[in-house]
Design a protein around this ligand. Structure first.
Ligand code: INI
Length: 154
């Protein structure tokens, strides 16, 4: 039986990174990890577009603009929703997650969920270069793999 897997070679891929300004001290770290991983995997700097939005709730809207433009092979969504800081955590985090998934399914473009949904600042920082890895790097790898798998499957 044939088995397919997208490669992690980013050469020639065009990527849009949508990043939320809310909790910028976290999201900037996510962005740095994403950008360095894309570069290490061969995505050319001129093929990476970064779009800042106010908060995680706005991420799906900008992701949809990018995904439906035809200009990108993948869209990476970055944000940080921290429960301790908001009474409407569920609405912001849930809205971002559902919205990002919907954009991906409806456009067919890989739209990667790199939004941290955590209880506190410590958990957020441990996931962007601390003891729990780097969600920005993981998002970049997932974007490349899915963009390449899409070429094999469609
Ligand atoms: N946006 C975030 O990205 N993270 C948060 O933790 C957050 N909190 O705490 O509320 C947050 N709120 C803003 C929201 O994303 C929208 O920008 C705002 O509601 C305007 O639509």
């Amino acid at each position: 039986m044939p088995e397919l897997e997208g490669s992690l070679d980013g050469a020639g891929l065009r990527v849009c990174v949508v990043v939320a300004r809310w909790n910028e001290f976290v999201t900037r770290k996510l962005l740095e990890g994403t950008e360095s991983c894309l570069g290490e995997r061969g995505v050319e700097k001129e093929n990476v577009t970064v779009a800042w939005v106010p908060g995680a709730f706005e991420v799906p809207t900008a992701a949809r603009w990018a995904a439906s433009s035809g200009n990108f092979d993948a869209v990476i969504c970055l944000g940080a929703v921290i429960r301790g800081e908001t009474a409407h955590f569920e609405y912001v985090a849930g809205g971002a997650a559902e919205g990002i998934g919907a954009v991906s399914r409806e456009t067919g473009v890989p739209v990667i969920f790199g939004v941290l949904t955590v209880d506190n600042v410590e958990q957020a920082l441990s996931r962007c270069g601390g003891k729990d890895g780097h969600k920005g790097e993981e998002a970049a790898q997932a974007a490349i793999e899915m963009a390449n798998l899409r070429k094999l499957l469609s």
